[in-house]
Design a protein around this ligand. Structure first.
Ligand code: PLP
Length: 309
């Protein structure tokens, strides 16, 4: 259960958590055309509360809406401020932010282009998405029987509500079969991404991740990790790879706002490397947590400070 907080920002004002309701004929509820973001806030060792890459997330929200031709009735600055206010005014020293753009009631049917567009921002406490044990020891994944959206079926660079039916099918299948996460292949059978994370593999010191130009979501954690890898001096290549390259990798890890940097110790019942988080994964995980929760003084441009009330 989501841990209830006091209020939710809806179209410019705060509404008590229990009153944050929408009409049954909310268009997005029926057809999935809407966009959202998932953003984390952390409490650093020095006591500061910070939101990780807030501006980039809001930029992606606007990109998602541009792809879907949804006109957001607020500026980027207003939504950035709404996020900061929502997390601060709910007294959360750290947590998760969920801005959502949705089409309200008006016309029904598929061609409803003049319905009102609404924006909401909720915040709640959220621990490790794939479990503390997953972060520390690594998780088990399986290749999904569901394919990642193809390039001609939708616009996968958008974080669109309806896209997540595909991810949920994959996630449920994996969980019900006793795994923690699903790896999805693309229309040509190459590794694409996990149900809610991007994928990295390490082999003989070289790191690879599927290219931005494929049908992956352009992960903000992925982008951060690529930068951190380059800073450490580890060669990173954006390249297609097949499932067996993953099975034979020395290390595999997933990246995402919810999952952070999660090591993968097994895929399709094949041990990855030594079956435990490898040195590159651990180094990147440590760098990431040092920036968001620790005492690192670099990459302050990724952090937006706020004061929880
Ligand atoms: C399908 C999918 N891929 C990748 C990611 C990782 O993106 P980010 O690092 O921006 O959270 C997410 C999470 O938002 C996702 O839902």
């Amino acid at each position: 259960m989501v841990d209830k907080v006091e209020k939710i920002w809806m179209d410019g004002e705060f509404v008590p958590w229990d009153n944050a309701k929408v009409h049954l004929l909310t268009h997005t509820l029926h057809y999935g055309v809407g966009a959202f973001e998932g953003i984390r806030a952390y409490k650093r060792r020095d006591g500061a509360s910070v939101v990780f890459r807030l501006r980039e997330h809001i930029e992606r929200l606007f990109d998602s809406c541009h792809l879907m031709q949804l006109e957001i009735p607020f500026s980027r600055e207003t939504i950035v401020a709404a996020c900061l206010q929502t997390i601060a005014e709910n007294g959360l020293a750290e947590g998760y932010l969920r801005p959502l753009v949705y089409i309200g009631p008006g016309r029904m049917g598929l061609f409803a282009v003049d319905n009102p567009i609404h924006v909401a921002v909720a915040a709640w406490r959220w621990g490790a998405y794939l479990g503390d044990d997953g972060l520390a020891q690594g998780i088990r994944a399986r290749i999904s029987s569901f394919m990642r959206h193809s390039a001609t079926s939708t616009l996968s660079k958008g974080k669109i509500c309806g896209h997540y039916v595909n991810s949920i099918l994959a996630k449920r299948e994996a969980m019900k079969d006793g795994y923690h996460e699903a790896v999805m292949l693309d229309q040509d059978g190459f590794v694409s991404e996990a149900s809610g994370e991007n994928i990295f593999i390490v082999k003989n010191g070289e790191v690879k991740t599927p290219p931005y130009g494929s049908t992956i979501l352009g992960g903000i954690t992925r982008d951060s990790v690529m930068e951190l890898l380059s800073e450490i001096g580890l060669p990173i290549r954006e390249a297609r790879f097949c499932r067996e390259e993953m099975y034979l990798a020395d290390e595999v890890f997933f990246t995402g706002t919810a999952a952070e940097i999660t090591p993968v110790r097994e895929i399709d019942n094949r041990q990855i490397g030594k079956g435990e988080p490898g040195p590159v994964t651990k180094q990147i995980q440590e760098r990431y947590f040092d920036i968001v929760r620790g005492e690192a003084t670099d990459h302050m441009e990724w952090l937006t400070r706020y004061e929880p009330m």
